[in-house]
Design a protein around this ligand. Structure first.
Ligand code: FFO
Ligand code: GTP
Ligand code: MG
Length: 461
């Protein structure tokens, strides 16, 4: 095999009862065999693949016992990296694992770079690039649904779909060549152009279908950026604390308590939210508060969802009306809070100003209405049309960008075909689409990009 032998600690540092040092490459078995002593004297080099062995790790230079271990022996090609893999299962202490790793490095392995085991699985052809990226997404997934998206992608669902599209493009190109090469067809263009348009339209519609999943996919991956706004003292920080079920933000009865942006991740009925508490918006002379108010306005611009809080025990103020106006073009939920106090607000006029938007009444203090708010958020996100089976989501920025480019490129091809430009010009656009889709799965992609992508992995993966 063309690669050297690598090793790393594959479990979290200093936590847990067992820690694993993983070794991959041609020398993996030989290195482990030199260090391993079995009570019965059996040797790893003589053992069959996919077996586990009890024994001790010994430093051959001093004959000193370093660790008591279990060794997993997995020979190529049916392994994670498709190379010989050894896993040394050690006692979990930080000192112990590091001693084992040091010994393995001393006897011929090289310290693996972040993501290098997964990179080997990619370079040795076990998985493609989008599957490798899914491995990383899986580790970072914050909710069950995000994890399912990653698992599906790791399983190759997206790769297979991309493969089908590329195959169709390739077959079209081949058919075009055949038509050109066999001039017994009187009119090559008559035969070829409709075929290019038909296949092009199909690829285009499939790309559009994939791109349609990207906003949900991206949110599942990164969280729905949800900003809580409202006048000072309406209960914004109380709402954040209630949703994250912890006292993360300071709550007082002093208006202008929150001065800076507070961000928390929370799972609301399967929807990952990046929840942002802001400084209450009002005109103020206080310099610090004014900066806070300015920041509130800033994060509002980048929000996927806005929760506007109003105080039900006070009249609707001009500031409230301005905020209702600001959020008009945005996805927003209006929450009328403090229903435990005598009510002054006119819900009817709030609803009128809110238009189509949901209006919910709560008493955050008494934990009333918060559940309804959570259900409304989930309903907005899943849009009521939860599909019977999970669609193939595109959740990765790199994939989304490439799909947009591929869409443009196939549209160029279709347009060119419809305008009856010379066939070789159309072939260029189709080939370009094929290449762009290939970058998603890592078929037509540069080494520098591959290195950059894998370097974002964690050590030992
Ligand atoms: N101890 C340990 N646990 C682990 C891993 C590991 O590397 N070590 N994994 C690391 O992420 C994950 C498991 N992922 C794996 C994926 C593929 C193969 C593998 O051997 N595939 C072969 C053979 C399949 C077969 O036997 O049919 C193949 O696809 O050719 C192994 C682990 C999670 N748990
Ligand atoms: N009666 C009542 N009081 C509430 C309710 N929700 C919050 N409060 C109180 O209102 C006051 C202000 O709450 P905060 O959560 O700090 O309000 P805020 O909107 O974050 O205020 P600023 O950070 O100053 O903009 C606190 O005393 C809360 O206990 C409610 O539903 N009913
Ligand atoms: Mg606050």
């Amino acid at each position: 095999m063309q690669f050297d032998t690598i090793a790393a600690i594959s479990t979290p540092m200093g936590e847990g009862a067992i820690a694993i040092v993983r070794i991959s490459g041609d020398e993996a078995v030989a290195i482990a065999d030199r260090l391993f002593r079995s009570p019965s004297g059996k040797r790893l080099v003589d053992s069959s693949s996919h077996t586990i062995h009890y024994g001790h790790l010994v430093d051959p230079a001093t004959d000193e016992t370093v660790e008591e271990i279990m060794v997993s022996l997995m020979k190529a090609p049916k392994t994670f990296t498709r190379e010989d893999v050894i896993e040394l299962n050690c006692h979990g202490g930080l000192v112990s694992v590091n001693r084992v790793l040091r010994l393995v490095l001393q006897y011929g392995a090289r310290l693996a770079e972040p993501g290098e085991f997964t990179k080997r699985a990619f370079l040795n052809g076990r998985i493609d690039l989008s599957q490798s990226e899914a491995v990383m997404d899986l580790i970072r997934a914050k909710t069950d649904r995000a994890m399912n998206v990653a698992l599906n992608q790791m399983d190759g669902k997206l790769s297979r779909l991309i493969g089908e599209l590329r195959q169709a493009l390739l077959e079209t190109l081949a058919q075009v060549e055949v038509n050109i090469d066999y001039p017994e067809y009187d009119d090559v263009e008559e035969m070829t152009i409709p075929l290019m348009i038909e296949k092009g339209e199909w690829v285009r519609s499939e790309i559009i279908r994939l791109l349609a999943t990207s906003s949900q996919g991206r949110i599942l991956r990164e969280g729905l950026s949800t900003v809580i706004i409202g006048r000072p003292n309406v209960g914004k920080s109380s709402l954040l604390n209630s949703l994250v079920q912890e006292n993360k933000a300071i709550v007082t009865d002093i208006a202008g308590t929150t001065r800076d942006i507070i961000e928390e991740y929370v799972n609301v009925k399967g929807v990952p939210l990046k929840l942002v508490d802001t400084a209450g918006i009002r005109e103020t002379e206080d310099l610090v508060e004014r900066i806070g108010v300015e920041r509130s306005r800033q994060v509002l611009k980048e929000a996927d969802l806005v929760i506007l809080l109003l105080n039900g025990s006070e009249d609707l103020s001009p500031e409230d009306e301005r905020l209702l106006e600001t959020i008009r073009p945005m996805d927003a939920i209006i929450v009328v809070n403090k229903t435990d106090l005598p009510q002054k607000i006119d819900i009817g006029s709030v609803q009128q100003l809110a238009g189509e938007k949901h209006v919910i009444t709560t008493s955050i203090l008494q934990d009333e209405g918060v559940e309804e708010l959570e259900e409304t958020i989930a309903g907005l996100f899943f849009g009521g049309d939860i599909e019977a089976e999970d669609p193939t989501y595109v959740s990765n920025e790199r994939h989304i960008a490439l799909l947009h480019q591929a869409k443009t490129s196939i549209e160029d091809a279709i347009q060119a075909a419809e305008a009856r430009v010379p066939i070789d010009m159309i072939q260029i656009d189709i080939t370009r689409t094929w290449e762009l889709l290939g970058e998603i799965v890592g078929d037509t992609v540069q080494d520098s990009l591959i290195n950059q992508l894998f370097s974002q992995f964690c050590l030992g993966k």
